[in-house]
Design a protein around this ligand. Sequence first.
Ligand code: FMN
Length: 182
Amino acid sequence: MSPDRRPAWFTALSAVLTEGPPTDRFAALATVDAAGQPRARLVVIRALLADPPRLQFTADLRSAKVAELTAQPRAELCWFAPSRWVQTRLTGAVSVAAAGRQAAWTAMSVETRGQFFGGASGHPLGGPPPLGAPTDAAPPAHFGLLTVLIDAVDVVDLSSGAAQRTRWHLSDAGWSATALNP
Ligand SMILES: Cc1cc2nc3c(=O)[nH]c(=O)nc-3n(C[C@H](O)[C@H](O)[C@H](O)COP(=O)(O)O)c2cc1C
């Protein structure tokens, strides 16, 4: 994706990550569980990468969300950056990434890393803590970096008062936008 082919949604979200406050990084990740029940929870968007466009977040590989994504590796992220008044829904295929995993660990504060040193996510409180420590240079085995390969985007922009909605679709010809009624 050369700079002039970067869709507007990508440029806008890149600016959110580089210029926005930390609270602009939260997005609701929606999955479907084995019973067909929709499940949603917040994650922190760690990176937005180009060529092809994809998002990354970290998660406990023992968590319910990762089990759901292993069984059904598609998800939607609903990202509302409070400072922009824009809702962006991004859908795509999700995979556990190997490249960038160590860098993601290195970039996290020791305090945030500490979240990976309790018992397994979603299990009854307690349980054996994992080996290692938040100050370790290498992450624990259950530290996961997940990548969402984005193939459709729906933007609702409320920044100017009147809502503007745009659906973005990816085809062999690239990204195309359609204006929708909000
Ligand atoms: C502000 C905020 C940010 C969060 N960021 C993450 C995150 O980046 N990754 C993550 O796995 N969980 C994150 N969580 C916790 C999840 O929302 C969720 O409670 C947890 O991951 C268990 O979800 P699951 O049982 O559906 O797997 C965050 C929670 C809050 C409140």
